[in-house]
Design a protein around this ligand. Sequence first.
Ligand code: ZN
Length: 86
Amino acid sequence: MEERSKNKKALSCCFCGGDMSKGKTTYTVNRRGYHLLIDDVPAWKCTQCDEAYYEESEVEAIQEMLREVDAGAAKVRKEAVRPVTA
Ligand SMILES: [Zn+2]
């Protein structure tokens, strides 16, 4: 007897309702001024549409990292991009 709809043992994709499987994925960050790819981030991935879901701990770690990268990028960009003086 199957109880797929009743028993919520795994996450299901909120886009297509497909099954989610735990795996690793590349987290892509597109910020103002820089783009970042973080490989091997643990995530739930939809087996149907490939939509990825990250756990709170991963999201928090990435946010924390981005705060530092943001500060660093701002510094770099200030040095690299000189204001145009007429
Ligand atoms: Zn999906």
